[in-house]
Design a protein around this ligand. Structure first.
Ligand code: THU
Length: 136
């Protein structure tokens, strides 16, 4: 068991660092490693649009580059207004990156914040979000 609410709050806080001057859409993620460490990440955009990195991959690559390989869950939070977010399911590329390191029971937590507080949370597994996944 882990503190889902705390992970959601950390994802929300990570939105503050979002560099999204082209889309205006901030995303924050908080990744829980199997040993309890949490890595957060935000989206980082670029004038060459395709060079943008999503919040989820920022968090995963930070953790992997610090030696982590086992992950339990990720919370993701996004929107144009940090205080009133919308449900932000991970993009296809991020799902594939999750599949590289996480098993099918990996949990994807999607909180929605209204007026700065958690108003709802949906919870999914990687198996639900990436059926029939490619792997080598
Ligand atoms: N974005 C993420 O960070 N994560 C997602 O799962 C979906 C999209 C970012 C990419 C871009 O900076 C902005 O949201 C709008 O697409």
């Amino acid at each position: 068991m882990y503190d889902e609410r705390n992970l959601a709050e950390k994802a929300h806080e990570a939105m503050e660092n979002s560099y999204c001057k082209y889309s205006g859409f901030s995303v924050g993620a908080a990744l829980l490693c199997a040993d309890g460490t949490i890595y957060s990440g935000c989206n980082v955009e670029n004038a060459s649009y395709g060079a943008a990195n999503c919040a989820e991959r920022t968090a995963i690559f930070k953790a992997v580059s610090e030696g982590h390989r086992k992950f339990t869950a990720i919370a993701i939070c996004g929107g144009k207004d940090i205080n009133n977010t919308i449900e932000c399911p991970p993009c296809g590329i991020c799902r594939q990156v999750m599949n590289e390191f996480c098993d099918s029971s990996f949990e994807i937590i999607l909180p929605v914040f209204k007026e700065g507080s958690i108003a709802g949370v949906s919870k999914h597994t990687l198996a639900d979000m990436l059926p029939y996944a490619f792997d080598l």
